[in-house]
Design a protein around this ligand. Structure first.
Ligand code: HEC
Ligand code: HEC
Length: 358
């Protein structure tokens, strides 16, 4: 009985409107209460079928059932009640146990769908201008007003497919999306939305948008762009300059103008040069994800092998000797985020005041 009461109070407290489960629970509760009332009326203490007693005898002194009645009909009645309640529990508990998981699953689905719809409306209000009404991608003006080239805002309806094969770059895609929305991409037009980073959204809203983005995944991958004999310089301008600077002097990505020297390539030693080429090739293919910074996206499947070789040759042609002995984000010699990398240039660790947030 008490579990029924619980069920019904839960159902009614949710407003019940349009919810068939709640209505059914309330009806069952009412029927059960009515049945209980009838049973109580028939066999309850108020209708003791004993000898009729006078109203002037105080309740406590009225004669009770005879011994004979107590040992026969009275006993039987009590035992029938016991059996009936035992049967009820024996049926109700397993039934409840059978139905409950489905009810919970149903609720979870319901909350999830509500969350996705909430995320869709948040997306519509905040993200469409850059990422497109159907998350098909778009662009935004470069944060530096001097630079005329727009900054591409990626398609979001294939973000899972784009990062899926790259567990080292992105171990957990959900966390990556949530973190990107909350933190934004410093130095790019993508603003920070999370209240922890002075944005306008709380965790629940970010969670809802993430659910929405994950719910619209098409799984389509971008087609590799036709190479068409493009010059390394043009390729660099289209794909790399916005982060590494128009002349590879560094912006929110590190400067690349002495990357060969930094990684220990020496003139005439072809093996050492080839090693740095391989490092650049690997970085272009797999991208880089430095927690808390704007990641470099992987270009595997986006740029053809020829285009990548063309880019490496172009970067090689830019090399200067005696340039800055560091290659960190933003050109700041401060800290070296590059765990597990061959970077040999540990400097004084003078802080990170201008990294990323250019
Ligand atoms: C002013 C334009 C702008 C707005 C508004 C904007 N974004 Fe972005 N967003 C960008 C740009 C530009 C990038 C790519 C930055 C880069 O190059 O790494 C980006 C990147 C992202 C990424 C990472 C994509 C990837 O492939 O790595 C996600 C996820 C994202 N935005 C979600 C959102 C969501 C959700 C909203 C709305 C709450 C939003 N963005 C609003 C411009 C915007
Ligand atoms: C959205 C910004 C962004 C874009 C676009 C981008 N990069 Fe990067 N790139 C970075 C960041 C950030 C790092 C440094 C990560 C780190 O500190 O480990 C980096 C690192 C590198 C490195 C390694 C540098 C080193 O010292 O180890 C190379 C090489 C590189 N990028 C080349 C390219 C090329 C070529 C392109 C164009 C095809 C490109 N990047 C596009 C942001 C970007």
């Amino acid at each position: 009985m008490s579990s029924l009461l619980l069920l019904a109070t839960e159902a009614t407290s949710e407003g019940g409107g349009g919810n068939p489960g709640a209505t059914i629970a309330v009806v069952i509760l009412l029927i059960a209460l009515a049945a209980f009332a009838v049973a109580y009326f028939i066999v309850g203490p108020g209708r003791r079928r004993g000898p009729k007693v006078r109203g002037d005898i105080p309740l406590a002194m009225r004669p009770y059932h005879s011994d004979e009645e107590l040992e026969t009909t009275g006993l039987e009645r009590a035992m029938s009640w016991g059996v009936a309640l035992a049967v009820f529990s024996a049926l109700f508990v397993p039934l409840y146990w059978l139905v409950e998981p489905e009810r919970i699953d149903h609720k979870i689905d319901e909350y999830y769908l509500r969350d996705v719809a909430f995320g869709r409306s948040l997306y519509g209000e905040n993200c469409v201008t850059c990422h497109g009404p159907n998350a098909e991608g778009g662009s935004a003006p470069h944060p530096d007003p001097e630079v005329d080239a727009p900054w591409p805002a990626p398609r979001l309806d294939n973000i899972v497919a784009r990062y899926e094969d790259n567990p080292e770059l992105i171990p957990d895609i959900r966390e990556f999306i949530e973190m990107t929305i909350a933190h934004g991409r410093p130095g790019t037009p993508m603003p920070a939305w999370g209240s922890a980073y002075n944005g306008p959204m709380n965790d629940q809203q970010i969670d809802a948008i993430t659910n929405y983005i994950l719910s619209i995944q098409t799984g389509e991958l971008p087609e590799a762009q036709a190479f068409a004999g493009a010059q390394g310089e043009d390729l660099f301008g289209t794909h790399c300059a916005r982060c590494h600077g128009a002349d590879a002097e560094g912006y929110i990505g590190p400067q690349l103008i002495n990357i060969f020297e930094r990684y220990g390539a020496t003139e005439g030693d072809e093996a050492s040069i080839e090693e740095v080429r391989e490092h650049i090739r690997f970085t272009i293919l797999t991208g880089r994800n430095v927690p808390g910074h704007t990641p470099m996206p992987p270009f595997e499947g986006v740029l053809s092998d020829e285009a990548i070789e063309e880019l490496i040759a172009y970067i090689e042609s830019l090399q200067q000797t005696g340039g800055p002995a560091y290659g960190q984000i933003g050109g700041d010699p401060g800290d070296d985020d590059d765990a597990g990398d061959a970077q040999a240039d540990t400097t004084d660790g003078s802080g990170d005041e201008n990294e990323g947030d250019a």
